[in-house]
Design a protein around this ligand. Structure first.
Ligand SMILES: [Zn+2]
Length: 170
C-alpha cells in the first residue's frame, strides 16, 4: 500500500506520521467538493508500539455544525463523540485535525496554531501530541500537504516529508 510519511527534524525526539494514499485521496476529494471554501475534519488512527509513529487510518469529513468560508474553518463536533467511541473498540483513536486552505499555502495560520495548542492541552481529547495536516493549493493538481505535530504548549514542530507527498489526480 502506498503511503506518505513525515518525520520531525529533531533527531533527539523523533516523531513520525504516516498516511495511506487512499486516505489522502479521500481528503483531496473532499477538498475538490468544497471548491473555494475550507473544509476539514479529524484524523483517526493509532500509535506504533514505541509511540514514535502516528499511523493515520482515517480522515473524517466536515461535521455538519462546522463554520466555514473561503478563509476560515471552525470544525464542529456533531457526531464525533459517537464516532470515536465506536472506533475505540477497534483500537483507533483521535490523532488530530486536518483542513484545506483553498488556493493557499499549507502553512498553519496563527489561529490554527492557537486551536491546536488548546487541543494538545485539553484532557477531553486525550491526545498530547495532536497532528495537523493541511492541504494547500489546488486539490486537482498542484496541492501540497503539510504535517505539524503539537507538543503540548511548546512551539509546534513542522514535520518534513519522507516521501514525495504529491500524487497526480486520477
Ligand atoms: Zn488553517
Amino acid at each position: 500500500m502506498t503511503q506518505f510519511a513525515w518525520r520531525t527534524e529533531d533527531q533527539e525526539r523523533l516523531l513520525r506520521a504516516t498516511l495511506p494514499a487512499k486516505v489522502l485521496d479521500e481528503m483531496l476529494e473532499m477538498c475538490r467538493a468544497a471548491g473555494k471554501r475550507e473544509t476539514g475534519g479529524i484524523l483517526i488512527g493509532r500509535h506504533s508500539e514505541d509511540r514514535s509513529t502516528a499511523v493515520i487510518l482515517e480522515a473524517t469529513g466536515r461535521p455538519k455544525d462546522s463554520l466555514f468560508s473561503w478563509a476560515t474553518f471552525s470544525r464542529g463536533s456533531h457526531g464525533l463523540r459517537a464516532l470515536l467511541e465506536s472506533r475505540w473498540s477497534e483500537n483507533r483513536f483521535y490523532l488530530g485535525e486536518w483542513h484545506f486552505h483553498p488556493g493557499g499555502s499549507p502553512n498553519p495560520s496563527h489561529q490554527d496554531i492557537l486551536s491546536m495548542k488548546k487541543i494538545a492541552s485539553d484532557p477531553d481529547y486525550q491526545c498530547p501530541l495532536p497532528l495537523l495536516l493541511i492541504v494547500g493549493g489546488n486539490p486537482r493538481r498542484d496541492y501540497l500537504v503539510s504535517c505539524t505535530v503539537f507538543i503540548g504548549v511548546a512551539e509546534p514542530a513542522r514535520m518534513i516529508a519522507e516521501s514525495d507527498n504529491r500524487r497526480s489526480s486520477p
